[in-house]
Design a protein around this ligand. Structure first.
Ligand SMILES: [Zn+2]
Length: 149
Protein backbone atom coordinates (compact mmCIF):
# COMPACT_ATOMS: atom_id res chain seq x y z
CA UNK A 1 0.00 0.00 0.00
CA UNK A 2 1.27 3.46 -0.88
CA UNK A 3 1.39 5.77 2.10
CA UNK A 4 0.27 9.38 1.87
CA UNK A 5 2.87 12.14 2.03
CA UNK A 6 1.25 13.38 5.25
CA UNK A 7 1.71 9.96 6.92
CA UNK A 8 5.24 9.85 5.59
CA UNK A 9 6.27 13.16 7.15
CA UNK A 10 4.40 12.44 10.40
CA UNK A 11 6.48 9.28 10.95
CA UNK A 12 9.72 11.21 10.48
CA UNK A 13 8.53 14.11 12.64
CA UNK A 14 7.85 11.66 15.48
CA UNK A 15 11.36 10.20 15.22
CA UNK A 16 12.97 13.66 15.30
CA UNK A 17 10.77 14.77 18.20
CA UNK A 18 11.70 11.67 20.19
CA UNK A 19 15.37 12.44 19.61
CA UNK A 20 14.76 15.99 20.90
CA UNK A 21 15.60 17.53 17.51
CA UNK A 22 13.71 20.14 15.43
CA UNK A 23 10.54 18.59 13.95
CA UNK A 24 8.95 21.28 11.81
CA UNK A 25 8.61 19.90 8.26
CA UNK A 26 5.14 20.87 6.98
CA UNK A 27 3.19 19.11 4.25
CA UNK A 28 3.36 22.27 2.10
CA UNK A 29 7.16 22.36 2.44
CA UNK A 30 7.56 18.67 1.59
CA UNK A 31 5.27 18.94 -1.44
CA UNK A 32 7.35 21.90 -2.64
CA UNK A 33 10.54 19.83 -2.23
CA UNK A 34 9.04 16.97 -4.25
CA UNK A 35 7.98 19.42 -6.96
CA UNK A 36 11.46 21.00 -7.02
CA UNK A 37 12.96 17.59 -7.82
CA UNK A 38 10.17 16.74 -10.23
CA UNK A 39 9.30 13.68 -8.12
CA UNK A 40 12.77 12.25 -8.71
CA UNK A 41 15.58 11.18 -6.37
CA UNK A 42 17.62 14.21 -5.27
CA UNK A 43 20.92 12.30 -5.59
CA UNK A 44 20.79 10.55 -8.96
CA UNK A 45 17.94 12.61 -10.54
CA UNK A 46 17.30 9.48 -12.63
CA UNK A 47 14.85 7.37 -10.65
CA UNK A 48 11.53 8.36 -9.03
CA UNK A 49 11.89 8.88 -5.28
CA UNK A 50 10.92 6.13 -2.85
CA UNK A 51 11.76 7.68 0.51
CA UNK A 52 12.04 10.84 2.53
CA UNK A 53 15.74 11.10 3.16
CA UNK A 54 17.51 13.16 5.83
CA UNK A 55 20.63 14.76 4.41
CA UNK A 56 22.05 14.73 7.94
CA UNK A 57 20.53 11.88 10.01
CA UNK A 58 17.26 12.83 11.75
CA UNK A 59 18.54 12.03 15.23
CA UNK A 60 21.39 14.52 14.66
CA UNK A 61 19.77 17.35 12.74
CA UNK A 62 16.00 16.79 12.88
CA UNK A 63 13.16 16.73 10.35
CA UNK A 64 12.81 20.16 8.77
CA UNK A 65 12.77 21.81 5.36
CA UNK A 66 16.55 22.33 5.33
CA UNK A 67 17.33 18.65 5.90
CA UNK A 68 14.80 16.58 3.94
CA UNK A 69 15.04 15.41 0.32
CA UNK A 70 13.46 12.67 -1.78
CA UNK A 71 15.69 9.63 -2.50
CA UNK A 72 15.41 6.35 -4.36
CA UNK A 73 16.10 3.04 -2.57
CA UNK A 74 19.40 2.64 -4.43
CA UNK A 75 20.83 6.01 -3.36
CA UNK A 76 19.45 5.66 0.16
CA UNK A 77 21.26 2.33 0.53
CA UNK A 78 24.44 3.79 -0.94
CA UNK A 79 24.35 6.75 1.44
CA UNK A 80 23.53 4.90 4.71
CA UNK A 81 24.30 7.40 7.47
CA UNK A 82 27.32 8.99 5.87
CA UNK A 83 27.72 12.74 6.22
CA UNK A 84 30.17 15.42 5.05
CA UNK A 85 33.30 14.24 3.21
CA UNK A 86 32.24 10.59 3.45
CA UNK A 87 29.27 11.46 1.23
CA UNK A 88 31.60 12.71 -1.46
CA UNK A 89 33.26 9.26 -1.48
CA UNK A 90 30.00 7.62 -2.64
CA UNK A 91 28.38 10.46 -4.57
CA UNK A 92 30.42 13.01 -6.45
CA UNK A 93 31.35 16.42 -5.08
CA UNK A 94 29.03 18.29 -7.49
CA UNK A 95 26.00 16.25 -6.39
CA UNK A 96 26.60 16.93 -2.70
CA UNK A 97 27.22 20.64 -3.33
CA UNK A 98 24.06 20.85 -5.45
CA UNK A 99 21.96 19.31 -2.64
CA UNK A 100 23.58 21.45 0.07
CA UNK A 101 22.89 24.61 -1.96
CA UNK A 102 19.31 23.53 -2.50
CA UNK A 103 18.66 22.76 1.18
CA UNK A 104 20.14 26.02 2.46
CA UNK A 105 18.06 27.96 -0.09
CA UNK A 106 14.76 26.72 1.37
CA UNK A 107 12.87 28.81 3.90
CA UNK A 108 10.17 27.66 6.30
CA UNK A 109 6.61 27.69 5.01
CA UNK A 110 4.07 26.44 7.59
CA UNK A 111 0.76 24.90 6.57
CA UNK A 112 -2.34 27.08 6.78
CA UNK A 113 -4.46 25.99 9.77
CA UNK A 114 -7.43 25.57 7.40
CA UNK A 115 -9.56 23.27 9.53
CA UNK A 116 -9.27 25.49 12.62
CA UNK A 117 -10.29 28.56 10.64
CA UNK A 118 -13.24 26.81 9.06
CA UNK A 119 -14.42 25.70 12.50
CA UNK A 120 -14.22 29.24 13.86
CA UNK A 121 -16.30 30.58 10.98
CA UNK A 122 -19.01 28.01 11.55
CA UNK A 123 -19.13 28.86 15.25
CA UNK A 124 -19.46 32.57 14.54
CA UNK A 125 -22.35 31.90 12.15
CA UNK A 126 -24.13 29.81 14.75
CA UNK A 127 -23.78 32.31 17.56
CA UNK A 128 -24.76 35.62 16.01
CA UNK A 129 -27.86 36.56 14.12
CA UNK A 130 -28.01 40.26 13.39
CA UNK A 131 -31.65 41.04 12.60
CA UNK A 132 -34.59 43.41 12.62
CA UNK A 133 -37.11 43.58 15.49
CA UNK A 134 -39.60 41.24 13.77
CA UNK A 135 -36.87 38.70 13.01
CA UNK A 136 -35.59 39.06 16.56
CA UNK A 137 -38.97 38.11 17.99
CA UNK A 138 -39.22 35.17 15.62
CA UNK A 139 -35.70 33.94 16.49
CA UNK A 140 -36.44 34.25 20.18
CA UNK A 141 -39.62 32.24 19.82
CA UNK A 142 -37.57 29.56 18.06
CA UNK A 143 -35.06 29.54 20.93
CA UNK A 144 -32.18 30.97 18.86
CA UNK A 145 -29.58 33.45 20.01
CA UNK A 146 -30.15 36.77 18.26
CA UNK A 147 -28.73 40.29 18.38
CA UNK A 148 -31.14 43.11 17.69
CA UNK A 149 -30.01 45.31 14.78
ZN1 LIG B 1 18.74 7.91 -6.59
Amino acid sequence: MRISELERIKTHLRIARRAGKPATLSLAEWKQTLADFNGMCAYCLLRPYDLLEHFIPADEAGTHVNNCIPACYGCNKKKRDRTGDKLIEVFDHATIERIKTYLTSRSQQPDEPKTERAKQKIQVKRVYYVCTKAEYERMKSMGRTAVLW
